[in-house]
Design a protein around this ligand. Structure first.
Ligand code: SAM
Length: 230
């Protein structure tokens, strides 16, 4: 899989992809993550990629031409399954969407900045708009990093067996059960006996009950919202 992220702040994306599971997935060649500096696609002597909004109003707008050129350059090199724009008014990013995107071959993620990108890019080039939550961040780099991380950890071979994504929250519309490690007794705070019993089947059963109980208590919407969880 290949993910190209178009950004005006490449420095912001240096760290998230150079650690832990994403770093190892890149080393294993499961994914190629390519950061595209939007400023490489402007002829402006100051490398600016924003301009005033038509009609006035506070804030600058990402210009159409550099974004168009960056996307065209990428598209001249390969076909893309999705051109994603990160936006607070996009569809909500969920584990379900991460699962879907992890099956794609090539994805572009356009990280917005300023007041956002010229609407014509959204109308004519973008195939999908994704929000990571109902709040406004300064730019699309953190959303792009979150989306990429959630996708990459789902690629076959990215996680070792004991880290399996299947046991994480949301995969089966349930939250994950609680986890414990040594010591079994910390100043009287004890690990549930069942986990020390050695009964594999009973332990699995207990974990499932815990998942159900947590989900009912903390996120009952996951159990009922068929549209969202299908
Ligand atoms: N004027 C925009 C609005 O009100 O919807 C917000 C612009 S925001 C300051 C700059 C950029 O950050 C957006 O274009 C988008 O790419 C990104 N961004 C901010 N919050 C986001 C969120 N919750 N999900 C995805 N992207 C977000």
């Amino acid at each position: 899989m290949r993910i190209d992220i178009i950004t005006v702040l490449p420095e912001l994306l240096e760290s998230p992809f150079n650690h832990s599971i994403v770093k190892r997935a890149r080393e294993k060649k499961l994914v190629e993550i390519n950061i595209v500096n939007l400023r490489d696609f402007t002829n402006d002597r100051y490398k600016s990629v924003d301009d005033y909004a038509f009609g006035g109003g506070a804030g600058m707008v990402m210009m159409i031409e550099p974004v168009f050129k960056a996307i065209e350059k990428l598209r001249s090199e390969r076909e893309y399954d999705e051109i994603i724009y990160t936006s607070p008014d996009g569809e909500k990013f969920t584990q379900r969407l991460a699962n879907q995107l992890s099956l794609k071959q090539n994805i572009i993620i356009l990280a917005g900045h300023y007041k956002g990108v010229d609407q014509r890019i959204r109308d004519f080039l973008v195939t999908r708009e994704i929000s990571i939550g109902d709040y406004v961040l300064s730019g699309g780099e953190l959303p792009a990093a979150a989306i990429t991380d959630a996708i990459v950890r789902l690629l076959p071979g990215a996680l070792s067996d004991e880290q399996s994504a299947l046991s994480d929250s949301f995969q089966d519309d349930l939250l994950a059960p609680p986890v414990y490690t040594r010591p079994a007794d910390f100043n009287g705070w004890k690990v549930p006996d069942i986990l020390l019993s050695g009964h594999a089947a009973k332990i699995e059963n207990w974990k499932h009950e815990q998942s159900e109980e947590r989900t009912k208590r903390l996120r009952p919407d996951l159990l009922h919202d068929d549209d969202e969880n299908g």
